[in-house]
Design a protein around this ligand. Structure first.
Ligand code: URP
Ligand code: ZN
Ligand code: ZN
Length: 468
């Protein structure tokens, strides 16, 4: 039986912070308390460290076809990058293929992860084709431990784009099936029209990616999705909220008492619209959707995280190389693959920009990176906490660790980092998955293939459909 004892650190959970030792036996936390007896356990000196539950990143895209190419990180390099950022579990988006089934998506993603993942993982299925057989199949997802699906309201002209009638019916069916619906909320029709008009004017550079996806198209789709969820009597989760007007729609729903969960991401705090307008084609490195915004949105987003309108901080790690992938759109911004890497930087960015700047407490940091994700996505209390019975996923966080990001010192497989030259203060000194060291002293040491599938189950809040 393997035994570990973390001693002398400060345990930081979503609820509070206190000095305590953490005992781990056979992959599980078995005790948290002061002066625990080592009793044969290997002792890990955690003095000066904050001992946190492993971080969960429920928004990644590993080895995924998108924008006419494949994401640069597969399940080995992508989970290594995540581990180097303190993440011990990811939930990745398994895409339903054209003509394919939901089970087919889960099987394909299981194969992608097999032998590669260094941390634990689950899947959401992105529904792209809600045929009758898919409607019938949806309830079986929950039985497979896949408790969430995603609908893309954006990306018109691609197989991902979904019309409102299918979004609405997915909400109804998922509610019955105990499955949570996630939405990418941008008005795909308006964006497609604005893109056509921009190209017709000869506006082809990366900054037009943002200019053809204004805040209002995100706010409109966010409000529409929330209202459709209200009619369906279903909870909903809005991913990658980038701006104050979209957050306002979420806040108003909360004031009405509606169950709406929401995520924001590091790129909306670390970068801004001006990065897309960098000279030459450099702005392509910052193309993601929703796009980078004016920094005037940030106070609202920080406040959203603080008061709980935004509960989740995910990376939306969707990496493409600059050479050979981003440059597919050199003459036409609509062909630049959307997405940026961020799994490695997510927690360091939140600590540096949020906790150190007094915008969030260390407990809110743990909530947004770990506990809320486990609770909302149905993995709590196996994941997301440090309490007896939980998986021993542990981050020893050094609040003073200084890291300057460069493409060369990143652990993923991308030829650039949007964070080039950025210094973070605060980072993981060591990361453990189920009691096994996966990252320490700047090196990923976890074995590829050691990550395990995490079955998730949801007890969705009971919300009746509006009276008709
Ligand atoms: O630009 C982004 N966010 N790419 C990933 C796909 C998505 O929309 O989440
Ligand atoms: Zn999206
Ligand atoms: Zn995404």
């Amino acid at each position: 039986m393997s035994k570990l004892l973390f001693t002398g650190g400060t345990v930081v959970t979503a609820e509070g912070s206190y000095p305590a030792d953490v005992l781990v036996e056979d992959e599980k936390v078995t005790a948290v308390g002061t002066n625990l007896d080592a009793n044969g356990a290997e002792v890990v000196d955690a003095s000066g460290r904050l001992v946190m539950p492993g971080f969960i990143d429920a928004h990644t895209h590993m080895d995924m076809p998108f924008g006419g190419t494949m994401t640069a990180d597969d399940w080995a390099t992508g989970t290594e990058a995540a581990a180097a950022g303190g993440t011990t579990t990811i939930i990745d988006f398994a895409l339903q293929e054209e003509g394919g089934t939901l089970a087919g998506a889960v099987e394909a993603w299981t194969e992608k992860a097999r032998g590669k993942a260094v941390i634990d993982y689950g899947f959401h299925v992105a529904i792209t084709d809600l045929r009758d057989d898919i409607k019938a199949e949806l309830p079986s997802l929950a039985e497979k431990g896949v408790a969430s699906v995603k609908i893309f309201m954006a990306y018109k002209g691609t197989p991902l784009y979904t019309e409102d009638d299918d979004l609405f019916e997915t909400l109804q069916l998922s509610r019955e099936a105990g499955v949570l619906v996630l939405v990418h909320a941008e008005n795909g029709d308006a964006i497609a029209k604005l893109q056509q008009q921009a190209l017709a004017r000869g506006d082809t550079g990366p900054k037009f990616h943002a200019l053809t996806r204004p805040e209002a198209v995100e706010a409109e789709a966010t409000n529409r999705a929330i209202r459709l969820a209200e009619v369906a009597g279903a909870p909903i989760l809005v991913v990658h909220v980038s701006c104050a007007p979209a957050l306002e729609a979420i806040h108003l729903a909360h004031e009405r008492g509606q169950t709406v969960y929401a995520e924001t991401c590091p790129q909306y705090f670390a970068f801004e619209y001006e990065d897309l307008a960098r000279p030459g084609f450099e702005g392509a490195k910052y193309v993601c959707s929703p796009p980078l915004r004016n920094p005037s949105n940030r106070p609202a987003l920080w406040n959203g995280l603080k008061v709980g309108d935004l509960q989740i901080f995910g990376s939306d790690h969707c990496a493409f190389n600059y050479e050979g992938q981003k440059d597919l759109g050199r003459d036409d911004f609509t062909l630049i693959p959307n997405g940026i890497p961020g799994a490695e930087e997510r927690a360091m960015a939140l600590w540096t920009l949020g906790v150190r700047e007094g915008k969030l407490s260390e407990n809110q940091f743990v909530a947004a990176l770990s506990t809320n994700q486990a609770r909302i996505y149905g993995a709590y209390p196996t994941k997301g906490t440090l309490a007896p019975g939980a998986d021993a996923d542990v981050v020893l966080w050094d609040p003073e660790l200084s890291t300057t990001a460069t493409a060369e010192n990143r652990h993923g497989n991308v030829d650039y980092t949007p964070y080039e030259g950025r210094t973070f203060t605060g980072g993981p000194a060591a990361v453990y998955v189920r009691g096994g060291l996966v990252y320490g002293d700047g090196e990923v040491v976890g074995e590829r293939g050691s990550g395990r599938f995490v079955e998730r189950a949801l007890n969705l809040p009971s919300i009746g459909p509006v009276a008709v």
